[in-house]
Design a protein around this ligand. Structure first.
Ligand code: FES
Ligand code: FE
Length: 419
């Protein structure tokens, strides 16, 4: 039986079955992941002609390529003959893809190039009719998105109010473009929306991340003060997107203030850089080590958080893969990129002080909800203190659940529009 979608999401709560109902999960793949823009890569991952990486749109495997003319292609990773995946290498560089089953071969733009022993195909197959299925692809500020819907709205419209924040996020390169330095993946036993909620959930931070805070003395006080800091706010950006600003003085990288703590903390790096850089540039680069000062949630599958991307892939109603992508400065000083990786590992790494604690909390949400799926999940924190900002966006304190309400409003729109 199809549940009544509209009744599952209210302004202050969502049904527990959103995490546990396998039929709903199938509908989410169809109505959300296969119809909207889904993040698949950053341009630095396929910088050169011939570069490719594999990714997922919902549960469908895709290949993101840079073809010989410099074009970006997102191709369904499924042979047009009898369906085998044509590429299982996560990343690489090559001329195209050869299916392992009967060796049909495809160019980087998906064109079917060759069929071995073609005699049996005379008058049956025209190669030009059987390219790898090509998704709609779009880029914004180096972020590559794809959609199975050929008639989808332009990417810029979909990103809407989030574009300002994407632009700001990219400024953390201190004049250098942002590049992907590496990634690690892990899975947790929970629904994908538990992670979606988490990106703008500063309420959990001083609780779940207490061990991390006690490991970084200089940061402890500032992160605890988020509970009472009035400049820490969340804006609902429309279309399910939201941004939570944790350190307001770092949120706008054009403004050079409030960075003294960082200059002290990374004094050893400043000293090294000062050997062949002017003081202003050193200051900007040191400031960039902290990342962006905010978490941006792009519905449905990517977060741009401080100095990394967090990408989610739904595997089943109760299992999700997370990919943590560490960002560096393309062409920037080696010492800075190394330090960024160390900071990343300290929190996000598999043995870090942050992510394993998040994953434990998410597993427990799934276990708890499974034991009482008929009870609602509350997303009402701060409902009474939400106000419009200058742009008319709902705004509240960063520890409030404004971002979750925005994501669930979009969820509801997409799930019911398709009915
Ligand atoms: Fe790919 Fe046969 S399934 S060539
Ligand atoms: Fe967390």
């Amino acid at each position: 039986m199809t549940p009544d979608m509209a009744s599952l999401v209210e302004s202050d709560r969502v049904a527990g079955s959103l995490y546990t109902d396998p039929a709903l999960f199938e509908q989410e793949m169809d109505r959300i992941f296969h119809r909207t823009w889904v993040w698949v890569a950053h341009e630095s991952e396929i910088a050169k002609a011939g570069d490719f990486k594999t990714a997922w749109v919902g549960r469908r495997p895709v290949i993101v390529t840079r073809d010989r003319r410099g074009g970006i292609n997102v191709l369904l990773n499924r042979c047009r003959h009898r369906g085998a995946s044509v590429c299982e290498t996560p990343k690489g560089n090559g001329n195209g893809f050869t299916c392992p089953y009967h060796a049909w071969s495809y160019a980087l733009d998906g064109t079917l190039r060759g069929i071995p022993y073609p005699e049996g195909y005379e008058d049956v197959v025209e190669k030009k009719d059987l390219p790898l299925l090509k998704l709609r692809a779009g880029t914004y500020a180096g972020m590559i998105f794809a959609s199975f819907d050929p008639d989808i709205e332009p990417l810029e419209d979909f990103l809407g109010g989030a574009r300002l924040w994407i632009d700001r996020f990219m400024k953390q390169g201190a004049g250098y473009p942002i590049k992907v330095q590496g990634e690690h993946r892990f899975r947790f036993n929970g629904n994908w929306k538990i992670q979606l909620e988490n990106t703008t959930d500063w309420y959990h931070f001083p609780i779940v991340h207490r061990s991390w805070m006690s490991s970084v003395d200089a940061e402890t006080a500032s992160m605890l003060s988020i509970m009472t800091d009035e400049t820490a706010v969340t804006h609902a950006l429309g279309n399910g997107h939201s941004v939570s600003i944790s350190v307001a003085e770092h949120a706008d990288l054009d403004v050079d203030d409030g960075t003294e703590k960082l200059q002290d903390r990374f004094g050893h790096i400043a000293e090294e850089l000062s050997k062949d850089m002017p003081p202003e540039k050193v200051r900007r680069i040191v400031r960039s080590l902290h990342g962006a000062g905010f978490n941006l949630n792009l519905f449905p599958n990517v977060a741009m958080s401080m100095a990394f991307f967090r990408v989610l892939r739904p595997l089943s109603v109760g299992e999700t893969e997370i990919r943590h992508v560490a960002l560096g400065l393309d062409g920037g000083p080696e010492i800075v990129n190394r330090e960024r990786l160390r900071i990343h590992e300290h929190f996000q790494g598999p043995f870090g002080f942050g992510s394993p604690d998040d994953a434990e909390a998410w597993n427990r949400v799934q276990r708890g909800v499974a034991g009482g799926a008929e009870m609602p999940i509350l997303v009402n924190r701060g409902l009474g203190r939400e106000k419009p900002n200058d742009l008319g966006q709902a705004t509240s304190h960063a520890t409030d659940e404004t971002g979750m309400r925005e994501a669930y409003a979009m969820w509801k729109r997409m799930m019911t529009d398709a009915e």
